[in-house]
Design a binder for this molecule. Structure first.
Ligand code: SF4
Length: 345
């Protein structure tokens, strides 16, 4: 099932449901803003109907997504009951498919076979890191090999595979994140999500942070790191569908985040950083730019990305190359991630 547009997602949060323990960085009650406990059938139906009543693009595939916990770690009767409820909406017509996130070590043959009775299209694995030492430091309770094995099984059974990775976990200075990205890319997932580690209140990591044992990666460094990782996935044609926690994850409550590289527009910062690097690359090869006027042409949807937050990229480039002026102009014949430069005066 390949729809051109990203699906319309109906997120059903099951905070910490099916989790064997609490991973160091995690506090799903904070992330989802949802109260803990399994939803009743009526609450689930109500929530799905609430989303279905929203204004939406009718061409988009509609997916029910079970997030926030370890879906396949739930007792089998609970899994079946949730899938049965979701399936009712699929049989009735308004929903097309189901997706969920789960731990790599919950994936096995028999469980995946159970799913083939349902319209499950996509399985997302929380890989987080492909370095066993870093997985252990975050008390993940699984190894990189579990992720290898689970990813292959999911692909063998023809589900779409999503892999989530984190940067800046305890013990990870960035090098390990890059290595993780390489290993994840080698698994050829259909998409990835990249989450920089932030310190969530109520997480075990919050205790380490307060004791001074964990220092989160600063925002700027984190943006640069994720920009590298994003580019790495782009080279392999692997879509990155999310970078950083977003306000829609229920994080508006800023007391939830004690520290770390959180920014409501993290993805935007990453795209701006990538454009900044591209401009620098183009200008570095030219010796005749100082004192002149630069025109940057980009796709109209990329204008705010190339400018950067508060025009920061423009200021940086202007100062760095001692330019007289910079103009950004739209040209929709240019691919969204590209730019062309022109120098006048
Ligand atoms: S990271 Fe996943 S498995 Fe770990 S506590 Fe959070 S939801 Fe549960």
């Amino acid at each position: 099932m390949h729809h051109r547009k990203p699906p319309f997602i109906i997120p059903i949060f099951l905070p910490h449901q099916g989790c064997p323990h609490q991973c160091a960085f995690c506090n799903q009650n904070r992330i989802s803003g949802a109260p803990s406990g399994l939803l009743s059938k009526s609450a689930l139906t109500e929530e799905i109907n609430r989303y279905l009543s929203f204004e939406r693009d009718k061409e988009k595939e509609v997916q029910i997504a079970f997030y926030g916990g370890n879906f396949l770690g739930l007792p089998l009767p609970s899994i079946i009951s949730l899938l049965d409820e979701a399936e009712k909406f699929i049989q009735a017509g308004p929903v097309n498919s189901i997706r969920f996130s789960t731990r790599p070590d919950t994936i096995n043959d028999q469980l995946l076979d159970q799913l083939t009775n349902y319209a499950v299209s996509t399985i997302e694995l929380g890989a987080q890191s492909m370095d066993d030492q870093i997985l252990a430091l975050s008390n993940r309770g699984h190894t990189a090999n579990d992720t290898f094995r689970a990813a292959s099984l999911i692909q063998e059974k023809k589900f779409h595979l999503g892999l989530q990775m984190m940067t800046g976990l305890p013990g990870d200075n960035g090098k390990q994140s890059i290595e993780t990205a390489h290993r994840i890319a080698a698994l050829s997932p259909d998409f990835v999500r990249i989450y920089p580690t932030v310190v969530l209140s109520g997480s075990p990591l919050a205790r380490s942070f307060k004791k001074g044992e964990y220092n989160p990666m600063p925002l700027e460094e984190s943006v640069k790191l994720v920009a590298k990782i994003y580019s790495l996935f782009m080279e392999k044609n692997i879509p990155v569908i999310r970078m950083g926690l977003q306000a829609s994850d229920g994080l508006e409550d800023h007391e939830s985040i004690l520290a770390g590289p959180y920014h409501p527009a993290f993805g935007h910062l990453v795209f701006s950083e990538i454009f900044l690097e591209k401009i620098k690359l183009q200008l570095r090869n030219r010796k005749d730019v100082s004192g002149r006027c630069l025109i940057l042409y980009v796709h109209s949807t990329s204008i705010s990305k190339i400018r950067g937050l508060n025009n920061q990229n423009i200021t940086t480039v202007k100062n760095l190359f001692q330019l007289k002026s910079i103009r950004v102009l739209a040209d929709d014949s240019i691919p969204k991630d590209q730019l062309t430069v022109d120098i006048h005066g």
